[in-house]
Write a protein that binds this ligand. Structure first.
Ligand code: GDP
Length: 397
């Protein structure tokens, strides 16, 4: 069996195990390394070759767009990752990094439960870091931090272990100040959502050179900051990558610390949906009931020259299947689903089976849906409209 087919089969099995699903987004200030990190994850999951990662081919959809005439403004990918002896299905939504795409970032956040925030170690938290964090937290999406470009601290800034640690702690402190400031006013976030090295919700590394570390990974591999500096300086990056691959470190963090849909939906649904919380549909969404009424939240519409419009989104309840006739919020009549599928390396893979609650699905046939539509088999209160949080406006005086 081909590799791709095998991965599709693994994804199909895991789709039915919500406790092993993680729906995540990567969000960052422009140029902090989101695309390069995404490629590392894809290569680690066997979706693209190791050599290709870092050259930003898979998630950089512009080339793809031109070649195939497809508009993909947020590339979506499903992959599998083994953590503590269990396979996990990681559905990754890439978010546009440019300020103009703020609305897309917010929409992507609605489909996920965890946000991996990437910050450049040299630049630190930037205005857009604040914006993406705010977007994530408003949607009830839990953050974790990846501090990227640590190689620059070593090679460009010539920092030693202590300076480097201090700088990383400063970045973490700044990010936590933002998180605490934002969650303070949110009554339903009672847990401390700040990130911490000790708890393993922070990882550091170099997406360019494909290595990464976290507290748990350093304990497991015995690799210290001193070792990293030596290996970076002695041009032993390939060895560093082999001994502590970035994709493993980050995906372990994702599996361990981001909530699965069973944990996330009971918390997130009241935040993003204001319907009757005593209703059956509320209960179906809270319990991620794949046998329940269908609720699909469309977060993006893309165009495929062969298949037409592709609606991407999160299945909150029920199971989406070909042939279903569903309501699209704000429109009259029903749309018939022509195909359902998942994303693999930016490409859609149609499936013969349905896509159950807790997953990200790619659907054709929803001709009336727009990004933000609630799609359901019974008429229901739609999800809250997705608020676009724009960048702070800087006016010249
Ligand atoms: P995005 O805009 O957040 O998607 O950022 P990209 O992934 O496109 O990266 C922006 C630039 O930073 C590119 O030139 C990358 O090669 C570079 N870059 C990404 N990660 C690293 C890293 O870990 N170290 C260094 N030195 N450069 C990196």
């Amino acid at each position: 069996m081909g590799r791709r087919k095998k991965i599709v089969q693994e994804c199909e099995t895991l789709m039915d195990e919500p406790e092993h699903i993680r729906n995540i987004a990567i969000a960052a200030h422009v140029d902090h390394g989101k695309t390069t990190l995404s490629d590392n994850l894809l290569a680690g999951a066997g979706m693209i070759s190791d050599e290709t990662a870092g050259e930003q081919l898979a998630m950089d959809t512009e080339e793809d767009e031109q070649e195939r005439g497809i508009t993909i403004d947020a590339a979506n990918v499903s992959m599998t990752h083994e953590y503590e002896g269990r396979n996990h299905l990681i559905n990754l939504i890439d978010t546009p990094g440019h300020v103009d795409f703020g609305g897309d970032v917010t929409r992507a956040m609605r489909a996920v439960d965890g946000a991996l925030v990437v910050v450049d170690a040299v630049e630190g938290a930037m205005p857009q870091t604040e914006t993406v964090l705010r977007q994530a937290l408003r949607e009830g999406v839990k953050p974790a931090l990846f501090i990227n470009k640590v190689d620059r601290l070593i090679n460009e800034l010539q920092e030693g272990p202590q300076e480097m640690q201090q700088r990383l702690m400063d970045v973490i402190g700044d990010v936590n100040e933002l998180i605490r400031g934002m969650t303070e006013e949110m009554d339903d976030i009672t847990e401390d959502w700040s990130v911490s090295v000790e708890e393993g919700t922070v990882a550091f590394g170099s997406a360019l050179y494909k290595w990464g570390v976290s507290m748990p990974s350093m304990e497991a591999t015995g690799i210290s900051f001193g070792d990293i500096i030596d290996m970076e300086q002695n041009d032993e990056r390939d060895e560093l990558h082999e001994r502590t691959p970035l994709s493993n470190v980050v995906l372990d963090m994702v599996a361990e610390h981001f909530p699965n849909p069973l944990t996330a939906q009971p918390f997130r649904v009241p935040r993003i949906w204001r319907g009757d919380d005593e209703s059956e549909i509320a209960e179906d969404m809270r319990t991620v009931n794949r046998e329940g009424d269908i609720v699909f939240m469309c977060t993006d519409i893309g165009m495929d020259p062969h298949a037409g419009e592709i609606a991407t989104g999160r299945v909150f309840s029920g199971t989406l299947k070909k042939g279903q006739e569903l309501f699209v919020s704000g429109t009259a009549g029903r749309n018939r689903i022509q195909s359902v599928g998942i994303y693999m390396g930016g490409e859609r893979e149609e499936l013969d089976r349905g896509v159950p609650a807790g997953n990200i699905a790619a659907v054709t046939g929803l001709k009336d849906a727009i990004a933000g539509s609630t799609v359901s088999d019974v008429e229901m209160t739609p999800f809250e409209s997705i608020e676009h949080i724009s960048e702070p406006v800087i006016t010249k005086s």
